[in-house]
Ligand binder design. Sequence first.
Ligand SMILES: CC(C)(COP(=O)(O)OP(=O)(O)OC[C@H]1O[C@@H](n2cnc3c(N)ncnc32)[C@H](O)[C@@H]1OP(=O)(O)O)[C@@H](O)C(=O)NCCC(=O)NCCS
Length: 167
Amino acid sequence: MNQSFNDEPNRISKTPSASAVEMTELVLPNDTNLLGNLLGGRMMHWMDIAGGMAAMRHSHRAVATISVDCLEFKQPVHVGEIVILKAKLTWVGRTSMEVVIRAFGENPQTGRTILTNVAYFTFVALDDHGKPTPVAVLVPESEEEFAEFKAAEHRRNQRIGKANCKI
Ligand SMILES: CC(C)(COP(=O)(O)OP(=O)(O)OC[C@H]1O[C@@H](n2cnc3c(N)ncnc32)[C@H](O)[C@@H]1OP(=O)(O)O)[C@@H](O)C(=O)NCCC(=O)NCCS
């Protein structure tokens, strides 16, 4: 794990569950396209908010979104359905935090719930001058959290080296 920064030995440690967020939204007509399905942009907005709140809870700082990975739209969510967003930290570096956000669509008539989206958002903690600032170390607890941490390190290396996405 790349978690020990010798110049900052006093960083506190926190678990992923300490900052986990669950957020619920109702899909209203204004959130949908001409087919009555939830707009992709609205879903991305809600995922960004849920992930940002988890990152803020972990860092106790304002955060900025710096990248998004793996976002796909495989299942539509319909007007009148409920969207449940679950956000949890998977990895932290020095100032950046990766958060997995899972979105579920629930039909309130039947109670049927399906996983509709999974994405990995990276946020950077900012100090009072808007500059990146160190965050608490992340300490995975469960086997799943350890696996997520390892996978996140791999994603991070790929993300940083993505020459075709540079602006
Ligand atoms: C966030 C921001 C302040 C970071 O500034 P910066 O000069 O890139 O900062 P740094 O180079 O010191 O990098 C900060 C962290 O981001 C990470 N990072 C840089 N590029 C990245 C990328 N493409 N994907 C993921 N992480 C990245 C760095 O590795 C570093 O993480 P670490 O401290 O954990 O190692 C700046 O990029 C910014 O203002 N971006 C716009 C944010 C925004 O407007 N978002 C949308 C609305 S919230």
